[in-house]
Design a binder for this molecule. Sequence first.
Ligand code: NAD
Ligand code: ZN
Ligand code: ZN
Length: 403
Amino acid sequence: MTNNRAVAYTGNGGVTVKDIEFPELVLKDGPGVNPQNVGRHCDHGVILKVVSTNICGSDQHMVRGRTTAPEGLVLGHEITGEVIDTGRDVEFIKKGDLVSVPFNIACGRCVNCKEQKTHICLNVNPDRPGSAYGYVDMGGWVGGQAEYVMVPYADFQCLKFPDKDEAMDKMLDLTMLSDIFPTGFHGAYTGGVKIGSTVYIAGAGPVGLAAAHSAQLLGASVVIVGDLIEERLQQARSFGCETINISEHDDISEQIDQILGVPEVDVAVDCVGFEAHGHDHQEAPATVLNSIMKATKAGGGLGIPGLYVTEDPGASDEDARRGSLKLDFGLGWAKAQTFVTGQTPVMKYHRGLMMAILKEKAQIAKAVNATVISLEDAPRGYEEFDSGVAKKFVLDPHGLLKN
Ligand SMILES: NC(=O)c1ccc[n+]([C@@H]2O[C@H](COP(=O)([O-])OP(=O)(O)OC[C@H]3O[C@@H](n4cnc5c(N)ncnc54)[C@H](O)[C@@H]3O)[C@@H](O)[C@H]2O)c1
Ligand SMILES: [Zn+2]
Ligand SMILES: [Zn+2]
């Protein structure tokens, strides 16, 4: 049956919306599916009617050809939906439940999952620890930028919203629980933001804005956001952040000094990743990491949700092509800084952040300028997002959302 529509990578810098198979509780062969995952039964899974699914900067790395993602890969790891079918082994999640799906796929049974390290589950991706829907090298779980999607390990993974009507009213906020709100929060929290902290956030994309809002929720006294795109910096200022335009200033420490009276912050968060650009708009994959080591105090923390890769076919030099960057690591070592990297263990944070949304302590949709478009409009959404607009695009496959 091909009665499902989904966003797929076309292999040439674009995406298309096409017919795909209606999901079943088994992982079938397809673009990017690891052979060892083909035929994997998911009686612990559910089928979701997708209510909202967001476009992410992580998708853009693939669509820009900066990974080895295969043509035809069905994209989408930020998924919220209504359960329409449950597998034999699902005990507690029920048909009709409205749930947020963590973008990491995790079994709940391995040693890492038992330690809440669901971002490096050992049982879901034969290539390496950790997995995600619709992502290169992540085992081949079919993406959720679609009308329908299969979610394995449902009892463990799904976060059920307590009240469906209330959840539908707040869906533009709740849709951010599948990735960017926990991710921004993780960056700020693991960097060590606490009451009174001064914080620098590199990147004013949706993850950077989510980290900035999270730093405010954690009690930061000053949050400074840097980017090269003025429109995105304006968005950061709209909810009380200070900003640094990197294209006008090549030394963030000087700018931090102007704002704080000292050239270092307590905590910095890299929400840019390996496609970082320098002051001159040239690609410089280590620039954010090096500048935040310099601009963070001795003993300070660096949260690094920005994505770094082991293979970058589009890199400008041979080292960067295999993910090897020119880091001032001695500086970070000498300053005894702490680094936290990797995917976000979404399940550590999603319930608490859901409560903060439901009780109106957090305004994440406003911070990231959540913008609803139809599934069929996804190619335009990808293009606009890539041009640097200050919007977080939320796809609405069944026309259920209010803008
Ligand atoms: N760790 C995780 O689990 C996780 C989850 C989601 C996203 N991510 C990653 O987080 C990063 C950000 O995601 P996004 O959706 O906000 O992407 P995005 O591409 O929209 O935002 C990145 C921003 O960084 C800016 N930038 C480039 N060079 C810069 C520099 N030197 N200083 C400051 N800003 C600079 C860009 O102009 C852009 O606005 C991506 O690498 C994404 O893959 C990681
Ligand atoms: Zn994402
Ligand atoms: Zn596991």
